[in-house]
Every structure is written in C-alpha cells, then in structure tokens.
Ligand binder design. Structure first.
Ligand code: OAD
Length: 235
C-alpha cells in the first residue's frame, strides 16, 4: 500500500444503482422494449430523434429526485484527502459524483445536463427537456442533441485517461459490467503499465478475469470500506 501514489478509478452504472438510477444491463435494463445499444446510436438519432431525445429527457428529469449515495460520498472524500494523483473516470452521465464533491473527475460518455450542437460543436448547460431541432444558442442551427457519446462515437477525454492509466499504481473499477469498450479495456492497459488492479462489483463482470482482486457486493458498502482502508494507511 505504501507504494501506491497514483490512482485511477473507473465507475459505471452500478455506483449509482443504490441512488435509484437504473443500470443498463440486467433486470429492468430494457427501456420501452429497446436495448440501450439500439437507442444510443447516431443511426437511431437520425431515424427516430423523438425516441432518442425522450430516452435522455426521462433520465435528465430523474436526476432531480436522486441523491448521491455512500459510494459517491466515499469517492469524494478520497479525492479530497488523497495526496497523489487521482483520476475518477465515470461512464455515468448522471451528476452524482460532482454533487457528492468529486473534483478530479471526467465523464467519458458525456453528461445529461449538457447539450451538444451537431452543427457547431458548442456545448450548453441543459436542465430541462430537449426537444429535437432545438436551436443552438451559439450558432442558431436547430441541431442541439444530448451531449452523450453514442455507440460508435469516440469517448471523451481519452488523452487524459490514457496518460493517467500509464502513470497509475492502482486501477479500481466500480459497478461496471465490462461490456463496453474502450472502458472495459482500461484494466488491461493499467496492468500493462504495472498497476495493481481491483474490481468492486455486485456480481462477477465480463472483465473480472483481468483483475488482480475482485470483491463482490453493493458499492454502497464496498466502496466506503475500501476508501477507509486507504485513508487509514494515509494516517
Ligand atoms: P451496466 O448496466 O452494463 O452494468 C452495471 C454493473 O453494475 C453490473 O455489472 C452490475 O452487476 C453492477 N451493479 C448493479 N448494482 C450494483 C451495486 N449496488 N453495487 C455495485 N455494482 C452494482 O452499466 P455500465 O457498465 O456502466 O453507455 O455500462 C457501460 C455503458 O453502457 C454505459 O456508460 C452506457 C451503456 O450503454 C452510454 O450511455 C454511452
């Protein structure tokens, strides 16, 4: 433990499950009978923008009624106390990590509370429903879409994430099924650069075999216990 200085943490939908945010796969993972892979694509946005916008409108509206849980709060405490480098990479598009107080954070799959102009590329903070063909406040084109990385699009912040993985002494994955790349491959990158690897998840994931250690259970219990053990070592 003494030689751990730089930490990269990857979170997925499982970290927000105990806050009442639905995960994508597993029971209840379908939305209006659609698999997420069929809604979150540029092709779906082109074919049926009403459907895709409604999917994200429902999720954005849900944010008003959910709160960070013990796992989000523990990760924020770690961020505030950890003296080494730390990067929290979330695949989640909710805002629960920042509401808990995390600062060294990147959203690799985008954010519900942001709208992206497909014409000029500018981003706008967005709180309410986002109907198709909403005008961009910057360029005026009716081309605002949810600022979400769809299947087949390039995740955000990959340069920052790859640099952090190359310098990591510890890579920790929390509440993700390991089904979606490139995030599912971060464990292999971190191992390649010599990091220790730890998985905290409710069930074994598709990536479990890659981790040096896997602990199974709810994030709201496992994450505070892990953070407390790190903080004890800080003294
Ligand atoms: P998934 O829904 O694929 O997986 C959630 C994982 O969390 C599963 O492995 C569950 O076992 C685990 N889990 C559920 N409840 C938990 C709890 N209380 N504590 C700990 N773990 C729990 O979600 P992601 O892996 O995040 O992409 O999905 C990856 C990406 O696929 C998402 O970011 C999203 C989706 O399509 C985009 O929107 C671009």
């Amino acid at each position: 433990m003494a030689d751990i200085r730089n930490i990269v943490i990857l979170t997925g939908a499982g970290v927000s499950a105990e806050s009442g945010v639905a995960t994508f796969r597993g029971p209840g993972g379908l939305w209006e009978g659609h698999r997420v892979e069929n809604v979150c694509t540029p092709q779906a946005l082109f074919r049926d923008p009403e459907l895709v916008h409604r999917f994200y409108d429902e999720r954005r509206a849900k944010l008003a009624s959910v709160e960070p849980n013990a796992a989000h709060r523990a990760l924020a405490r770690l961020d505030q106390k950890w003296p080494g480098e730390l990067l929290l990479v979330t695949q989640n598009v909710d805002d629960l990590h920042e509401r808990a107080g995390s600062q060294r954070l990147v959203h690799m799959h985008g954010e519900l509370k942001s709208a992206l102009c497909a014409a000029c590329g500018n981003r706008t903070d967005w709180e309410d429903a986002l109907p198709p063909e909403t005008e961009c406040p910057d360029c005026g084109t009716p081309a605002l879409r949810p600022d979400i990385v769809f299947f087949g699009e390039m995740p955000y912040h990959m340069d920052v994430i790859e640099r952090a993985l190359a310098r990591a002494d510890l890579f920790v994955s929390i509440g993700t099924s390991g089904a979606v790349y490139p995030a599912a491959g971060f464990v292999q990158t971190a191992r390649h650069y010599g990091a220790a690897t730890l998985e905290l998840n409710l069930d074994p994931s598709e990536a479990s075999a890659w981790f040096g250690e896997s602990r199974m259970g709810p994030a709201g219990t496992l994450v505070p216990a892990w953070v407390d053990s790190l903080n004890r070592n800080l003294g």
